[in-house]
Design a protein around this ligand. Structure first.
Ligand code: FAD
Length: 317
């Protein structure tokens, strides 16, 4: 579809429109290509209309959060990429539905900022996610978490837009949060309500500092990456999940390099890329790690990082 046609398709809506938007360099990898068309709608009703129009015109639609679990191929992506970073998607409402123990947070809100704001008032619930870079929507989609818990543990309800642009609210008992996935099939998270508990703010602050220090000591947070590249696989013998990082390390792959991409010498499940490097190097290095682990250990690694590509080279999620 040509530029004038796509521009006119959304021109009557309250939406910021950019062509050839540099979403790759705005991701945490700081590398990769552009989005043919980036839309930043003002509010959920505008977003719902975008969803309907994309569907009607068969335009692919992708949602980008903070790009902390995303690798955009160097050739970029077609269709429409939507970001929910305008005010209409970032509201934080305490005492949601009149309940002191509930907080409603828009999908575009920053997870760390939200949990710190809540912590200042002594509201605990999201602190296990300290140090996980994410929007609320991206964290729900990925069921982000780690050694201290996952976001799904704190969820009371989620509101999503379905493929027809209709809002649907799911109470926690209809949702299943599993390791880095949920059963939510609707394409867009709009907001989530979290359970919070009033505790001593000073003790909560100490706990947050401990979690942040643990994360800093175990992960190469200063390098360009999207966190763990692979999900922890199931051990074929025990049936339990085992650390992908440990398997990659035991396979002798720390420091393995393809072009600008490297298996981090500090944490083998982090693939990092040099400043100004290529997304394709990261993709190829990931493929090589998967191949060597398959050949050496008989274990099939699965990417946790979402890779966006043009048609012909399908996305991986
Ligand atoms: C340094 C570093 C450390 C990390 N540590 C951890 C960790 O400890 N634990 C962990 O779980 N992850 C970790 N990650 C990965 C990342 O933080 C999480 O996966 C996070 O949830 C990504 O959120 P995002 O908003 O950046 O999503 P994006 O990366 O922008 O998108 C990820 C996926 O979510 C989808 N998505 C985004 N927003 C929405 C929405 N509103 N509705 C529906 N789908 C949406 C996207 O389409 C895409 O499929 C780390 C990443 C980095 C860079």
């Amino acid at each position: 579809m040509s530029r004038p046609t796509t521009a006119s398709l959304f021109g009557d809506l309250d939406v910021d429109v950019s062509f050839d938007a540099p979403i790759g360099v705005e991701s945490w990898f700081c590398t990769g290509g552009t989005a043919d068309l980036l839309l930043r709608p003002a509010d959920p009703s505008t977003l719902a209309e975008i969803v309907r129009r994309c569907r009607r015109t068969a335009l692919p639609l992708r949602i980008m959060g903070e790009g902390a679990n995303l690798l955009v191929d160097d050739d970029g992506v077609d269709g429409v990429v939507v970001r929910l970073d305008r005010e209409g998607f970032r509201a934080v409402e305490r005492n949601a539905d009149g309940e002191v123990g509930l907080v409603r947070v828009g999908a575009g809100a920053d997870l760390s900022r939200t949990l710190m704001d809540l912590a200042r008032s002594g509201l605990q619930g999201l602190e296990p996610l300290m140090g996980v870079p994410a929007s609320i929507g991206g964290a729900i989609r990925m069921n982000a978490g780690g050694a201290f818990g996952s976001i799904g543990d704190a969820v009371h309800a989620v509101c999503a837009l379905d493929a027809d642009g209709i809002e649907r609210v799911y109470p926690a008992d209809e949702l299943r949060f599993e390791y880095r996935r949920t059963n939510l099939v609707d394409p867009i998270v709009l907001w989530a309500v979290f359970k919070v508990e009033q505790v001593d703010p000073i003790a909560l602050r100490t706990r947050i500092k401990e979690i942040a220090a643990y994360k800093k000591s175990t992960q190469p947070l200063g390098d360009k990456s999207a966190g763990c590249m692979f999900k922890n696989p199931i051990d074929p013998d025990s049936g339990d999940r085992i650390s992908a990082g440990r398997i990659i390390d035991e396979s002798g792959l720390k420091g393995l390099r393809i072009g600008s991409a490297e298996v981090s010498p500090r944490h083998a499940n982090f693939l990092t890329v040099d400043r100004g490097g290529r997304a394709r190097d990261v993709i190829e290095l990931g493929d090589e790690v998967m191949r060597r682990v398959r050949d050496g250990r008989g274990i099939e690694l699965e990417r946790e990082v979402v890779v966006w590509r043009r048609p012909g080279e399908e996305d991986e999620a």
